[in-house]
Every structure is written in C-alpha cells, then in structure tokens.
Design a binder for this molecule. Structure first.
Ligand code: T46
Length: 139
C-alpha cells in the first residue's frame, strides 16, 4: 500500500480475561485482527540498539509488547509517529508501506509480531532513499 500514512497505524485493545489467577489475552483470526495470521515471531534480549529500519511492501502486522516496553517509530516519508508499547493487552496494527524504527527496549522486553505473510526477504525495503521513491516523495 504505497499511499498508507502513519495515521493508518492503530493501537487496538486485545481481548483479555482476568480472574484471581491473573490475565489471559487472545488474538483470533477473523475476530480480533483484520488479517489471517501466517507467522509469529518475537524479539527479546535486545541490547541498547535500534532495530527495524525498513518498510514492508505487503506485510500487515500486529505488534505487542508481551513484556516490558519499547518505542516503535512509524514513518510514511512525510510524517513520523512514535508509539510507546508497554502493555500486553495493547497492540499496534501496522498496514503495509510504512518505515519503522524500533528503539528503547527496556530490560527483559519481548516484542511479539503477528504477521499476515510468511517470511519473504523481497518484501523488505531496507534503504531509506528507496523507500522515499517507493512512496513517491522523492524522484
Ligand atoms: C519487523 C520487526 C518488528 C527470518 O529468517 N525469518 C523471519 O520471519 C524474520 C522476521 C526474520 N528472519 C531473519 C532475517 C534476519 O537475518 O532474522 C534476522 C533478523 O531479522 P531483521 O533484521 O529483519 O530483524 P528486525 O528486528 O530489524 O525486524 C523484524 C522483522 O524482520 C520485521 O518484519 O517488522 O522485526
């Protein structure tokens, strides 16, 4: 989606059930998320470095800080928006066509990604100039 903007990113509430034993959260295809989940991966034991620095052409994602916190900086080539993830019952829905940087992981943080597609290295744009051209912001 070449014309997606940072305003198309959304924080959603993830269904949760609580009782005296604690909390359970659930994400189910067709109910809680606007795409079918084909892959799950998670980032953990992240030192004080930045990750990300790429865009996806087709991939839709739901990012959840299942533990700890981090910043996800979304960028559409014209505007940037920072999302601070720090609750396991909040998720950041990301449409295709946006650059993201991942920063400020707290100690013990785990960032889980529910993804709409299987892994495809060709789906990544890892060069920022190329991304700006893809978005039509730069010739
Ligand atoms: C994203 C952020 C949040 C695989 O072989 N299969 C996979 O499914 C994934 C996701 C990665 N890899 C390999 C490719 C690289 O050799 O794992 C290595 C690290 O991946 P990458 O440098 O892309 O990691 P991040 O943290 O920059 O980005 C990842 C995801 O790739 C990306 O989709 O949105 O997490």
């Amino acid at each position: 989606m070449k014309n997606s903007t940072v305003d198309d990113c959304k924080i959603i509430d993830i269904r949760r059930y609580s009782d005296s034993r604690g909390y359970l959260s659930v994400v189910e295809n067709g109910i809680d998320i606007p795409f079918d989940i084909k892959r799950i991966y998670y980032l953990y034991m992240v030192p004080e470095v930045a990750r990300g620095a790429h865009a996806h052409k087709q991939l839709q994602q739901l990012l959840i800080a299942t533990s700890g916190s981090m910043d996800v900086i979304m960028d559409d080539g014209q505007e940037k928006k920072t999302f601070h993830l720090d609750r396991p019952w909040k998720g950041l829905l990301i449409p295709p066509g946006l650059w993201r940087d991942l920063e400020n992981f707290s100690g013990g943080a785990v960032l889980m990604c529910l993804a709409s597609e299987k892994y495809d290295a060709e789906d990544y744009i890892r060069d920022y100039d190329e991304f700006l051209k893809y978005k039509g912001v730069k010739e």
